[in-house]
Design a protein around this ligand. Sequence first.
Ligand SMILES: Cc1cc2nc3c(=O)[nH]c(=O)nc-3n(C[C@H](O)[C@H](O)[C@H](O)COP(=O)(O)OP(=O)(O)OC[C@H]3O[C@@H](n4cnc5c(N)ncnc54)[C@H](O)[C@@H]3O)c2cc1C
Length: 383
Amino acid sequence: MAAIGDTFYAWAADADVLKKGECGGAITALQQYALKSGMVDAVLAIRKGADLYDAVPTLITDPAEIAQTAGSLHCGTLLLSKVVKDYLDANKTARLGVTVKGCDTMGLIELARRDAVDMDRLLLLGVNCGGSVSPILARKMIREKFEVDPDQVHKEEIDKGQFIIEYEGGHKGIKIDDLEDEGYGRRSNCRRCLYKVPRQADLACGNWGVIGEKAGNATFVEVCSEKGANLLDAAVAAGAVKTGAVPAKALEIRGKVEGAMLGLGNKWRKKNFEALASDLWGTIARETGRCIKCYSCIENCPVCFPVAEELKGNSRMITSGEVPPNPMFHLRRFAHISDSCINCGQCEELCPMDIPLALFSHAIRTEGDSAFESKLGKAPYTN
Ligand SMILES: Cc1cc2nc3c(=O)[nH]c(=O)nc-3n(C[C@H](O)[C@H](O)[C@H](O)COP(=O)(O)OP(=O)(O)OC[C@H]3O[C@@H](n4cnc5c(N)ncnc54)[C@H](O)[C@@H]3O)c2cc1C
């Protein structure tokens, strides 16, 4: 019987799912089992769209279709928390299985804190996440740094500190550190992220710590809730998933890699925040001067809810027909989210004017946390 805190190697019993899965196909097999057994009414996962830079959220109700969502898309920068909210709102009693990165998990927790989603109706299969790469920058990076046509690439992965591509006629890997020093690599919010293993999901699954003969064909699963333990036990009993013991050495390696990633996250925070510190408000005023008032930063923010309407339209912050908006619009938005920005990066990623909004709100949140944490207590995650 699995219990909270237990760790396993897990892999799909079905040979096709095992082959299609990123590591052991455990997530795909667990989602398939959850749907087949009626634990959930639908599954929300990601599948490859036009190419591997195109990650498409997909709602599935037929277990036979789940295998098409197997595999990791590292250029999948999307956030699922509002998609989940929309599904739960429209399907009042339905239960949903979702594959979540750390940022999806944090977004859902923040929505639950605002009574906007019911976590009891969700089964969260978490993926460890070292970070994702903007699809636009990934294409540029592959063309300029790897000197490969991005349309010839049929697989990308991040392994042992390298961004690796496989393409017609070969494969190449370049150290992420070197790419990031030159402005490529992971999104800047992902570099600063300290939530690499989503332990607030029901299960946290990844490849760190999978060693020996299991490397590449098993998923490292950490049980994070009773719901997660029940799913794993039931899927194993039904023969959908196989599990094996995690060697002590593997546990140690996983801990070290996670520690190293957190160290790297702190390094990027220091670098980014220190560069801002001398003129935070001046920089914000200058950069937001490009704002065209498209409101994408509001629409895509999981925590700018339910205040969005107050900031838009003909409010005191905004005058119709005037761009850029009064700088108070941005300051008001930062104030609204400053206690709960999860650093998901959506505001920045989707800003058509490339304003580094996530950097600003993350810097404000982090400073607020360090000032008030002793009084307010910690968030359930470290973002
Ligand atoms: C962006 C990203 C970064 C990752 N970084 C690490 C890491 O640094 N260390 C580590 O140990 N593991 C990392 N993982 C997790 C790892 O790649 C595997 O997803 C995990 O080990 C599960 O393997 P599996 O074979 O069981 O998954 P599969 O059975 O192949 O299932 C994968 C699931 O992930 C979903 N998915 C694919 N892309 C995304 C996306 N962009 N966002 C949300 N869901 C997605 C799929 O729809 C599917 O449900 C990362 C995953 C992603 C998506």
